[in-house]
Design a binder for this molecule. Structure first.
Ligand SMILES: *Cc1c(COP(=O)(O)O)cnc(C)c1O
Length: 471
């Protein structure tokens, strides 16, 4: 399998070449040259497989530069009941007639990002050992991504993590999750500033090409193709649990921010998994909902990006969206460039409302969308507790609300649970008046010793810290 750039760069690459890279050299995102097709005989075979073996089968279609036995071993040690809490890995439960919750949040950091990041950690370690190379991952986090990356990379040979976060601005639980890690290859850097300062530092360091090369700086952000590919697997696993045979359609609702999670659903659907509808659920930061309703994609300024109670969906633009638009415009890289480089680059928006391609988003690709508010989240959390004795986190609540707006008779609707409620305890307390239960392994983590350095919001200070800690 070869990978191409959405912006038309002539190079073609193999999986392990793009594994450690971010954007393509022309600023585009990597996609496979085609989507492998899965027929009903294959689906029938896959239905019987445990999760790790299903992951191996799907990954094998996209990865042909790792020997199959090695890839199989990587999948087997990634998707275990010890790490993800059950043999099913992503157990499905019916909440009410036809509405299901797929549990993706029982990994080490209690958010769905573990599903992909745990695999990425093992793939990185494997590939770096094979090359005799090292990688220093530099990131910025306001919560979920940073902790998922640290728990995936802790103790991994050849990898160091330098994770910046805004000092004092994460929840006590999130801080404790990250700062209690004592692994020598994990470096927490609390920046005196806000999340944007952290992101600016990461950009400034990455733009210093000399430093970047000398210290082998890399990232693990959500545009990484391997992360997206890992997520394709749980759409298949969810489908198999929601149906008894492979001729039944299923719909999915996905709490969305950077469009990584739901883009994996799009890939699964393009492979032939019988997905009827993909519902994109947003909060007040409704860039994506606006696009699917109107055909206009308009990125928001920082000042127009709301801080909400589903903070992992607080985005001004959706960094993976370009992948879907590439398919939407018939994989025409020239057209894609004119939308993303000319229109979006110059005016901060593009408009497909009058383009026949826009209708295809719903008709051919099955996309629908909804938007929720803080009041909706509180109401959904209360309602789900009262009627089903189930606690959901605010992001999953956005999903549940959206799902109910797009139910179709006879078609199971699977809502992806993207985090456990304990990660967002303050909103649960606001909705219910009490804290959600906390998994035993996180009892008392706030009291553990913390491993973190404080630095000013200054890229030079962060560079000096990286240089000191790289031998
Ligand atoms: C990251 C995240 C999201 C958004 O996922 P995308 O892939 O960026 O669309 C939603 N909910 C939670 C809890 C997250 O951590």
């Amino acid at each position: 399998m070869n990978y191409l750039s959405t912006r038309g760069h002539p190079d073609r690459k193999r999986f392990c070449e793009i594994l450690l890279e971010g954007l393509a050299p022309d600023g585009g995102l990597y996609l496979p040259e085609h989507y492998p097709q899965v027929d009903t005989a294959t689906l029938a075979k896959w239905r019987e497989l445990p999760y790790a073996e299903l992951a191996f089968e799907i990954l094998s279609l996209y990865i042909d530069d790792i020997p199959p036995a090695d890839l199989k071993a990587i999948c087997a040690r990634t998707y275990t009941a010890e790490v993800f809490g059950s043999d099913e890995i992503v157990p499905l439960r019916e909440l009410e007639d036809g509405v299901y919750l797929e549990a993706l949040s029982n990994g080490p950091t209690l958010a769905f990002k573990d599903m992909a990041m745990q695999l990425l950690g093992n793939l990185f370690e494997y590939e770096l050992a094979r090359r005799g190379a090292e990688l220093n991952i530099l990131g910025a986090t306001s919560g979920d991504t940073g902790s998922a990356a640290e728990y995936a990379m802790r103790g991994k040979k050849g990898v160091r993590v330098f994770m910046t976060s805004p000092d004092g601005r994460m929840s006590p639980f999130q801080q404790a999750q990250m700062f209690s890690l004592q692994d020598q290859n994990i470096h927490n850097i609390a920046i005196s500033g806000v999340f944007d300062d952290c992101q600016d530092i990461v950009k400034a360091v990455s733009n210093d090409l000399g430093f970047k090369r000398k210290y082998r700086i890399g990232t693990v952000n959500s545009i990484n193709w391997a992360r997206l590919l890992a997520q394709v697997v749980y759409y298949f696993a969810g489908y198999f649990q929601a149906t008894a045979s492979n001729d039944k359609p299923v719909s999915f609702t996905v709490p969305s921010g950077n469009f990584g999670n739901v883009c994996a659903g799009h890939v699964a659907r393009m492979m032939g998994l019988p997905i009827q509808t993909l519902v994109v659920a947003t909060n007040e930061n409704d860039v994506l909902d606006e696009f699917f309703r109107t055909g206009i994609y308009r990125v928001r300024a920082a000042a127009d990006t709301h801080e909400t109670s589903s903070p992992s969906m607080d985005i001004s633009k959706a960094s993976n969206f370009e992948r879907f638009v590439f398919d939407l415009v018939g994989r025409d890289a020239g057209r894609l460039r004119s939308l993303f480089v000319d229109d979006l680059g110059r005016q901060g928006r593009f408009d497909l409302s009058a383009d026949p391609a826009f209708r295809q988003a719903a008709e051919r690709f099955g996309f629908k969308s909804s938007r929720s508010t803080h009041a909706d989240r509180l109401a959904t959390i209360r309602d789900t507790d009262k009627r089903f004795a189930t606690l959901v986190d605010p992001h999953t609540a956005d999903g549940l609300k959206a799902a109910r707006e797009h139910l179709a008779p006879g078609v199971p609707m699977v809502v992806l649970e993207t985090a456990l409620p304990i990660k967002f305890a303050a909103t649960l307390v606001e909705a219910l008046g009490h804290e959600p239960a906390r998994p035993a392994r996180f009892e008392g983590i706030e009291a553990l010793p913390k491993r973190v350095v404080k630095l000013p919001a200054d890229a030079e200070a962060v560079k000096a810290y990286i240089a000191q800690n790289c031998d």
